[in-house]
Write a protein that binds this ligand. Structure first.
Ligand code: NCD
Ligand code: ZN
Length: 337
């Protein structure tokens, strides 16, 4: 919490967690992981690598690579296994103690999700096993419909899963709309993550003036009305809501030439969150949003770390190597100590 006054002010957070991040592989992993491990004691590291982390051999190997890239910080990678509808009860039971969760991507809805689930009607046998094993399900909840409507159209799928499997912990990843917010409290077993960019920005920030490809992500940014409902949810202190940045780096060249979806927010996350909560006179809610809620929902024991921010202005660089971050060139009020 805040200590001191004016420029001496410090903010200490206990074991912050980023419950949704893309750390990639190889050189990119080694380049981006330190931004996350410097600020967070642990993170949910998404399995949409090439090839995806969809078996236990790749799982152990990816955990090892992430830990190596995150050093020297004490940092726990929570890697959800990429959901396959042919996972067997035997395999999942044997892997249960190593596993954190499964991540479901409907086929083709986002980066490296081509191998995702093509037919949602086929997922139920695996959901049944997950419910029995108390293994949480994380979902990229978008249909293949008209892009602004994809998340709203998916709420019916969430409803079906939540009612058919009432004991399965279901996490709606990166929610962006008032419909998802309205759905959240309808079922005890439903939780969500919220990103920094969907908390702060609208579609107009991306394309209302000149097109800003660095704010292009899936799900796409929404209306001011939706954004305001997301803000109100986070500022309500709802205990089912967790921070998950969805920081998703792509090189500047690929963003500009291939139109890759994903916002690289990792370097600015805690400073920007502190700024947002401070602007809303709600700094006391930040700890629960960036750690306590996730610890409770997932029953996690991340490394005990105190991460300190100080109230000192700094300017976000135009790029980190080949990657352009969100807020490039902007001056932020809070800095990692
Ligand atoms: C993510 C990525 O690039 O891996 N992209 C994105 O726009 N958020 C995938 C995802 O989480 O949808
Ligand atoms: Zn993501």
């Amino acid at each position: 919490m805040g200590k001191g006054h004016g420029t001496d002010m410090k903010l200490s957070l206990k074991s912050p967690l980023d419950m949704h991040v893309h750390l990639r592989q190889d050189d990119m992993l080694r380049h981006v992981a330190p931004f996350t491990s410097a600020q967070f004691a642990g993170a949910v590291c998404m399995p949409n690598t090439l090839p995806p982390v969809d078996n236990m051999e790749r799982f152990h190997e990816y955990v090892r690579q992430v830990k190596a890239a995150a050093a020297p910080h004490a940092f726990e990678p929570y890697v959800p296994l990429f959901f396959r509808d042919d996972f067997s009860r035997e395999m999942l039971t044997e892997a249960r103690d190593d596993l954190f969760a499964l991540k479901l991507y409907p086929a083709g809805v986002t980066t490296n999700s081509e191998g995702g689930v093509a037919e949602l009607t086929k997922i139920e046998p695996v959901l049944d096993i997950m419910q029995d094993l108390d293994l949480p399900l994380l979902v990229h909840g978008e249909t293949n419909g008209y892009s602004p409507d994809r998340e709203r159209e998916f709420v019916a799928v969430y409803e079906h899963i939540a009612t058919t499997f009432p004991k399965l912990r279901l996490i709606m990843e990166h929610i962006t709309t008032k419909d998802s917010v309205a759905f959240l409290d309808k079922h005890e077993n439903v939780f969500c993550t919220v990103t920094l960019h969907h908390l702060l920005y609208t579609l107009d920030d991306m394309l209302g003036g000149l097109f800003n490809p660095f704010l292009f992500c899936k799900p796409i940014l929404k209306s001011a009305e939706d954004r305001d409902v997301i803000q109100a949810l986070v500022l309500s202190g709802n205990k089912k809501v967790m921070f998950g940045s969805d920081s998703a780096p792509h090189t500047e060249v690929l963003k500009r030439t291939e139109g890759m979806a994903g916002c690289f927010t990792a370097p600015v996350l805690l400073p920007m969150l502190a700024q947002f909560f401070e602007d809303h006179e709600a700094l006391e809610l930040l700890q629960a949003f960036v750690s306590d809620n996730a610890r409770r929902i997932y029953r996690l024991s991340p490394p005990e770390r105190t991460v300190v921010l100080e109230r000192e202005a700094w300017t976000v660089p135009p790029r980190y190597g080949s990657i352009v971050p969100v807020n490039a060139g902007e001056t932020l009020r809070w800095k990692l100590a």
